[in-house]
Structures are given as C-alpha cells and as structure tokens.
Design a protein around this ligand. Structure first.
Ligand code: 5RP
Length: 225
C-alpha cells in the first residue's frame, strides 16, 4: 500500500470537531486533505488555514473551506509533509516551495504533525538540498554570499525561469550532503540580508507519522512532550 497515503490518512484521526487546522503542502498531505474532506462531508466541523495556493485550490475543490491565516489567532493542529526528518524530529521542508507559509502556519500552531514515508527518515539532515527563500532584489548578492560560505547554492528554476513562491520570492537550494549543526547553520543563513526564511524546521514537530510498507509508525518528539 502507498506509504504516503497511509501516513497522510492516519493524521486525520487526530483532528477533532471544532478545531482550526493548518493544512500543509505536498503529495503526502494530499491524502490528509482528501480524507479530511470525507470526514467534513460526514459532518465533522473544522476550520482550515492553508500553507500554499496549491493546497488552497485542492482543499477548496474537495469542499473544505479555507479561511485567511490573518483571521485566526492560533491553529490547533497543523498537518504537513517534510523532505527529511532526523531522530530529534528536526526537518528540512520546502521541496515543494511552500516553506515560508508553512513556517508561518507552524509557528502559530499548538501542535504539529508531519506525515512522511520511511524514505524521509534520516540520521543526519542534508542529503535533501536545503531550500532558502530569498528576496528577488537581493538574490544575486545572497547567492554570492552563500557561495563564499561554501554552501553550494543553486537558484531554483522551472523551464529556465526563476521559481516564484506564493510570497513572490525566489528559492535557492543548498547542496550540503550533511548538516552537522542545524541550529548554527540556521542562524548563519538568517543573518544574511535578503534571506526571508530557511527550510530548517527545528524543534517544531510534535509527532511524525511514518508510512512504511502498509504500516504506520508514530514517533513523538521527546523535547516537545
Ligand atoms: C513543501 C514541503 C512538503 O511538505 C515537502 O516537500 C514534502 O512533500 P511530499 O509530501 O510531496 O513528499 O515542504 O514546501
């Protein structure tokens, strides 16, 4: 059975009537949204905030009403995907380009669940290129700075044009192979003028639901219990 599907659908069991839900972005959360829509049709009453234009489109098509992020004071539970997750439940996100809104929604969430397939679980972050969202006006300077720090930057492009995020920024992906000190790296990146957000999501997830060959494993964060 599809590992993304079982992980994505499992997360819906944690959604309770009356909750405000943050809906993440990506192919695993697709299954969460699909399943949630089923529950909503059966009478579950929730409000939802979206992390991307693609998720807003999907949820709306499925009949889930999306309310604006700035109309809520907090979010009860956010369910999102991830590109890599380590043993401390630190993660890399932004493969789908939604890292800024995903981090904003995560930062206002009381509880965060990530849904992933087993291939995303790693001992050290970094094999997946780390996305950095940058201001277009400054992207050349930011790129050069990242290069001088030996962080192997690559400007994300689609069909030879710069990839543009929902927040109208560019993305630079860093090919690092191993991130030994994620907190230090995050601080370094944040200190560069023109960097809007990084794809390092540190000490944010409360739980990770891992789909693996027809089964789900639930991993709880030790530091956030
Ligand atoms: C988008 C993300 C996604 O959550 C991440 O890329 C995982 O996606 P998928 O579930 O399709 O593998 O961070 O910005």
């Amino acid at each position: 059975m599809n590992s993304k599907k079982i992980a994505g659908e499992k997360a819906v069991e944690f959604i309770k009537d009356g909750m405000i839900i943050g809906l993440g972005t990506g192919s695993t959360v697709y299954y969460t949204i699909n399943k949630l829509a089923e529950k909503v049709r059966e009478g579950l009453s929730i409000k939802a905030v979206s992390t991307s234009s693609s998720t807003t489109k999907l949820a709306t098509q499925f009949g889930i009403e999306i309310i604006p992020f700035d109309e809520v004071d907090y979010i009860d539970l956010t369910i999102d995907g991830a590109d890599e997750v380590d043993n401390n439940l630190n993660g890399i996100k932004g493969g789908g380009g939604a890292l800024l809104y995903e981090k904003l929604v995560a930062s206002s969430s009381k509880k965060i669940i990530w849904v992933v397939d087993k291939s995303k679980m790693v001992s050290t972050l970094g094999k997946f290129p780390l996305p950095i969202e940058v201001i277009p006006f400054a992207h050349h300077q930011v790129f050069n700075k990242l290069k001088s720090l030996n962080l192997n930057p690559v400007l994300r492009k689609i069909d030879h044009s710069c990839y543009i995020t929902d927040g109208e920024h560019y993305i630079i992906d860093l090919s690092l192979e191993k991130i030994e000190y994620p907190y230090e790296l995050d601080n370094t990146l944040r200190s560069i003028p023109g960097v809007v957000e990084t794809g390092l999501f540190l000490n944010m997830a409360d739980m990770v639901i891992v789909g693996n060959e027809g089964k789900v494993e639930i991993v709880n964060s030790k530091s956030r219990l």
